[in-house]
Design a protein around this ligand. Structure first.
Ligand code: KG4
Ligand code: ZN
Length: 353
């Protein structure tokens, strides 16, 4: 009997132990999650320091770092969870979106492990994982709710209708919000990743730089971060050409206020319009203190329940892959050993394929 023949009809367990693996970017992460909601362990080995001098993640360096880190990340996750490999019920792995070479390391490792243990291999979409971080942050969180996804590659307001069905209400027409943070940081001479550095510098700044209103006059839930980013770049270049000084802190603060303001405005609008009363937030930019503070303030004012995962569950991690992996496991979304990595996976797709 082939591997897939053997696993495709395995009985499902409610409190299944899932080993999750994430390697889409510069973090090699592994985690053991119980029943999709309980984190038993989380291990992360990052190659970020190797990328800083290049101003962004270098795919080849990231892939090589994953190959050296993955065994250790998995061994640590299993050991910290206090379980043995034979107790695992499934292996969940990020198969996209992300850097192909980086994803392939996790996918290959997960395939080999699932095959050798004779348990299901569950393919997980990285971006759906960011949304599922909410299930770890609040054990009572159940669809329907509105999710704000704000990462380096995605910006979207999503109506999570049920555990599997996403209605994407709006997304970015150009740059993702995290990407804009990174590009603005670069023009201000701040190190990669830009988001945390903009946040740090903005604390000492004022909102003195006038920036354009995003998609002025347009209703709906779409975002456009390219105009905002270009306005900042033009402001800085203009000052430099004229030999005038400017405050990096003020530019960072003004940009952050504007970028975050749009995320808050549109996600609150969606909660009000859909009437669910619940907003869950995910993605690296959701680690931003100003965004967190504004969401808390606005949700409190309107009686909206806010699910705000702790910062380490917002930036890339394997716990969120385990949470989403559990849902896919319950849906018997198992893969055979032909699973491949994908640079881009649709956010709205009902099933991973
Ligand atoms: O979700 P994530 O870790 O990886 C992707 O899936 O893209 O998001 C990374 C993005 C980067 O653009 C980074 O600059 C941004 O999240 N980020 C932040 C903060 N921490 C990370 N942006 C603003 N403020 C932060 N504190
Ligand atoms: Zn991510």
């Amino acid at each position: 009997m082939s591997y897939f023949e053997k696993i495709k009809n395995v009985p499902l367990k409610e409190g299944a132990l899932i080993l999750a693996i994430e390697s889409s970017c510069d973090e090699t992460a592994a985690s053991v999650i119980k029943g999709g909601r309980e984190i038993l362990s989380s291990s992360i080995i990052s190659s970020m320091t190797e990328h800083i001098k290049f101003g962004g993640v270098v795919p080849e360096i990231a892939s090589r770092a994953h190959t050296t880190a993955i065994s250790q990340a998995v061994e640590t996750a299993v050991k910290d969870a206090g379980v043995t490999l034979s107790e695992l019920d499934a292996v969940a792995v990020t198969y996209g979106s992300g850097l192909i070479g980086a994803l392939l390391v996790g996918v290959s490792y997960a395939k080999a492990l699932a095959f050798s243990l004779g348990i299901p291999l569950v393919p997980v979409s990285h971006i759906r994982g960011h949304v599922s971080a909410g299930y770890l942050a609040d054990k009572d969180l159940k669809p329907p709710f509105i999710a704000l996804l704000a990462s380096g590659g995605h910006t979207a307001v999503i109506d999570v209708k049920d555990y599997y069905t996403y209605d994407v209400l709006g997304g970015t027409l150009d740059d993702a919000v995290g990407e804009a943070f990174d590009k603005v940081a670069r023009v201000l001479g701040l190190e990669y990743p830009g988001g945390p550095n903009i946040e740090r510098v903005a604390k000492n700044g004022e909102n003195t730089v006038e920036l354009p209103v995003m998609l002025k006059g347009k209703k709906g839930y779409d975002f456009s971060y390219s105009g905002l980013k270009t306005a900042v770049i033009n402001y800085v270049h203009n000052k430099e050409q004229k030999g005038e000084s400017y405050s990096v802190a003020d530019v960072a603060r003004s940009f952050q206020t504007s970028a975050v303001g749009e995320l808050v405005k549109k996600s609150i609008k969606a909660v009000k319009e859909r009437g669910y009363g619940v907003l869950s937030v995910g993605g690296g930019v959701a680690a931003n203190g100003y965004l967190r503070q504004e969401l808390e303030k606005e949700c409190k004012k309107r009686g909206i329940k806010l699910v705000l995962p702790e910062k380490k569950l917002c930036t890339d991690n394997a716990c969120m892959i385990g949470a989403e992996g559990y849902l896919q496991y319950l849906n018997r979304n198992f893969s055979d050993l032909s699973l491949n990595a994908k640079a881009y996976v649709e956010l709205s797709g009902e099933k991973n394929d």
